[in-house]
Design a protein. Structure first.
Length: 391
């Protein structure tokens, strides 16, 4: 198959969407498919780099590093049409999404969408009113998927949400897969000691780790606000925060305001090939976000054998199983209880670690690409039948 993956965000940014695109690209190529990627150029120049089509773009003020394009007539588009993909898989709904739909129309080929982003949680970057923002987000998503041949939702949470918008197109639940081997590498004792020394940790340190984009919608504020209650019970608790983002300064200020500097370490951006070390360094992975469509960091933590304590969200159904691989909480009291339940019981901690590793198998990159490939073939076959009937 000739497959065109399209996304506003790609190798120049580290986030769930770009990781999903890269994983899918590589796995589909292993299967022998001709896979190319259409994304935004870092400047106004359109160009082709190896098998990537980069269309000229400009920066927009709504969100850090966000870019858009208005180029709906471009040599890059002509080149893609000449190549003539069998199917187009749209990963983001904004300008690249619009360009992708134009290409699909010119090529008379099907296109599908993956719903990666819970736009209701991002509207405050553009519209102060949450109520108005949510209404507009729902209308935008419904319109974006109106003519899609199929939609992929990574979890039941997103499938139910899309259906509540009145979307009637077929919705297929396919969780994004990850490279399990990358996270199952073992952090050696030498490396562990070296990292602990660099972070000024000792053998008594009880390490909570949070990795991901530092943005307001990720609700890292809550994790910081709960920290003083943990430290009051055990002065050996330390929180590691890996990642960067537009809300990092706010979090740093909150840490300072609560006088928690001694108990927090900011790791900054961690190279993807190094993240397993910090997951494995942690005794528990913590997260308070309810804005995830799936939450790749949850899966990465499981693949590293790190138990999770995360605020309950529907996307975690079937991912975190209480007393099996971690716990979901709904309030501060539960959060504190589960943290110490894991830290104080070595046998329980080991059981949760072992089960976390076992659960991660369900999210392999191979299973992910198998499911996507099958959907492509089904959609192409259906489109072919429709075209034949229309002649």
């Amino acid at each position: 198959m000739k497959i065109l993956l399209t996304s506003d965000t790609y190798e120049n940014q580290i986030n769930g969407v770009s990781c999903s695109v890269i994983t899918l690209r590589d796995e589909l190529r292993k299967k022998g498919h001709d896979v190319r990627v259409l994304t935004l150029s870092s400047n106004s120049e359109s160009k082709m780099v190896k098998t990537d089509y980069l269309i000229g773009s400009f920066s927009v003020p709504f969100y850090p590093d966000a870019r858009q394009t208005l180029k709906f007539k471009d040599k890059i588009i002509d080149d893609i049409v000449k190549w003539h993909p069998d199917i187009i898989h749209i990963q983001t709904e904004f300008s690249i999404g619009h360009v992708s739909k134009k290409i699909a129309k010119l090529c008379n080929c099907p296109y599908i969408n993956t719903s990666h982003t819970l736009y209701e949680d991002y509207t405050t970057y553009v519209i102060p009113s949450k109520k108005i923002g949510r209404v507009l987000a729902r209308k935008f998503v419904k319109k974006s998927y109106r003519d899609s041949d199929a939609i992929i939702a990574p979890t039941n949470k997103i499938k139910d949400l899309l259906e509540s918008y009145g979307i009637e197109k077929p919705i297929h639940i396919i969780p994004t897969g990850i490279d399990l081997d990358r996270f199952k590498k073992k952090l050696s004792m030498v490396e562990r000691s070296k990292i602990k020394s660099q972070l000024k940790l000792n053998n008594k340190s009880k390490i909570l780790v949070s990795i991901g984009r530092v943005a307001k919608e990720k609700n890292l504020d809550e994790i910081i606000e709960f920290l003083p209650d943990l430290v009051e019970k055990d002065k050996n608790i330390v929180l590691l925060i890996g990642g960067d983002g537009p809300y990092k300064k706010n979090i740093e200020q909150k840490v300072k305001k609560l006088k928690m500097e001694k108990y927090v370490r900011f790791l900054g951006m961690i190279p993807p090939q190094e993240t397993y070390k910090y997951y494995q360094l942690g005794d528990i992975f913590v997260c308070a976000s309810t804005s995830e469509t799936q939450g790749i960091t949850y899966i990465e933590a499981l693949a590293c054998g790190t138990p999770l304590v995360c605020r309950y969200d529907k996307c975690l159904d079937g991912v975190i199983i209480n007393d099996f691989n971690g716990y979901t909480y709904t309030n501060k009291k539960e959060y504190i209880k589960y943290i110490f339940k894991i830290l104080d019981k070595k046998a329980l901690h080991k059981k949760l670690k072992d089960n976390a590793l076992e659960c991660s198998i369900n999210y392999s990159k191979e299973k992910f690409s198998d499911n996507i490939e099958k959907l492509y073939l089904d959609v192409i076959a259906k489109k072919g039948c429709e075209n034949s009937e229309g002649k």
